[in-house]
Design a protein around this ligand. Structure first.
Ligand code: SAH
Ligand code: SF4
Length: 382
């Protein structure tokens, strides 16, 4: 079996080339061919010495993901399903906007965290993705889109680790993938434009701060432990106070001066004014230790097995107002690609038929929100 070069960050590729008896700078050239140009054929890499190209042909390959299908949404969102073997399928979503292109990447096949409101969580855990499987989602999407759109320059400007899986439960494979995203010889994304979203794996938040401090989004979903235990079972291991302390420590290294908290709005469960007031007190208590936060309210994307429903928009707006009046920057996330089941938490392929209700609600929502100045944003604006 040959080695898939997509499994390496630049440091790893350098070590690999040295093993082949090559100089370090050859690794940089090779890395650029792979990630800047999307090349898979070593013969095409004309500035590499013929002897190296011959060595590579016998030992190595650049193997992208196996595409199962592509779905194009009316709003420009594109979702790919990739086959990662043994019946496992993962999803990657591209969200275009006027000023940016965001790719939402998966880190695991399934997820072991079992959050009640998440379709991937209901599916259970299958396995960790390899570095190659993580980065090849970006490699594939970037080069596909350049060709598709006829563009020479970069299309994807932001990456969010918000697809399937808990990225911080797959840390060893995630880290080199993040390095490739940030590397100027790779994708050259700034730390602010790469976001790791986590349900709260406290020790790994500290490691990320040390090893590769990118933007951090934390899936909070509840203002107190009893409710959060129920929605995000990981909370029993790392309760809210510990999680927020880790966030405060992270901030010292973070590329942005705030941590984003994601909060999925579940009708009658966590969306009452009382919950908002509890959140305000919680955040104020941690602010005194130096935590500064931003909230991103996510309208719940329903799926039958959850038994949960989406909060009505007036409820979301009232909730946002309480946070904002307390001085907490709050946005409401716009649902993108829901006609192709590419919305947050739906990435498992197992979603019910959609009626026009969602679209009507979305239109209504936009109208209501305009009046009261709650900003509706995309997943990219975490
Ligand atoms: N495991 C990581 C990242 C993947 S989930 C995490 O939990 O943060 C990305 C985001 O989608 C999380 O904030 C998650 O809480 C949210 N999400 C999950 N299911 C959802 C659903 N059904 N509707 C809306 N958001 C959902
Ligand atoms: Fe896993 Fe995140 Fe879904 Fe929870 S919300 S089950 S951590 S993917």
């Amino acid at each position: 079996m040959t080695t898939n070069l997509l499994d390496y960050d630049l440091q790893g590729l350098t070590a690999y080339c040295e093993q082949l008896g090559e100089k370090r700078f050859r690794a940089t050239q090779l890395f650029r061919w792979i990630h800047h140009k999307g090349a898979t054929d070593f013969e095409q890499m004309t500035d590499l010495a013929r002897s190296l190209r011959e060595k590579l042909v016998g030992t190595s390959r650049v193997q992208g993901p196996k595409v199962v299908s592509r779905h194009d949404s009316a709003d420009g969102t594109i979702k790919w399903l990739f086959d990662v073997g043994a019946g496992d399928v993962i999803e990657t979503v591209f969200i275009p906007e006027a000023d940016r292109g965001t790719l939402c990447i998966s880190s695991q096949a399934g997820c072991a965290m079992g959050c009640r409101f998440c379709s991937t969580g209901h599916q259970g855990f299958s396995r960790n993705l390899t570095t190659g499987e993580i980065i090849s989602q970006l490699w594939f999407a970037e080069h596909f889109l350049r060709q598709h759109l006829g563009r020479e320059e970069r299309v994807i400007s932001n990456v969010v680790m918000m697809g399937m899986g808990e990225p911080l439960q797959n840390y060893s494979q995630l880290l080199p993938a993040l390095k490739v995203m940030l590397d100027d010889h790779g994708y050259g994304l700034s730390r602010r434009r790469v976001t790791v979203s986590t349900s709260g794996v406290v020790p790994m938040i500290d490691r990320l701060a040390r090893d590769c401090p990118v933007a951090l989004a934390v899936s909070l979903h509840a203002p107190e432990d009893v409710l959060r235990d129920n929605l995000v079972p990981l909370n029993k291991k790392y309760p809210i106070a510990e999680l927020l302390q880790a966030c405060t420590r992270y901030q010292a290294a973070a590329p942005r001066d705030f941590i984003t908290f994601e909060y999925c709005m579940l009708d009658g469960v966590n969306d009452q004014p009382e919950h908002a007031r509890q959140l305000v007190s919680l955040m104020q208590a941690h602010a005194t230790h130096g935590l500064s936060c931003k909230f991103n309210l996510i309208p719940f994307n329903p799926f039958p097995a959850s038994g949960l429903t989406r909060s009505e928009m007036p409820q979301v707006v009232a909730f946002a107002k309480i946070l904002m009046e307390a001085g907490i920057v709050t946005t409401v996330r716009k649902t993108r690609g829901d006609d192709i089941d590419a919305a947050c938490g739906q990435l498992a392929g197992d979603v019910q038929d959609r009626t026009g209700v969602d679209r009507r609600m979305a239109a209504q929502r936009q109208g209501m929100l305009r009046g009261i100045k709650v900003v509706v944003v995309n997943r990219s604006e975490v």
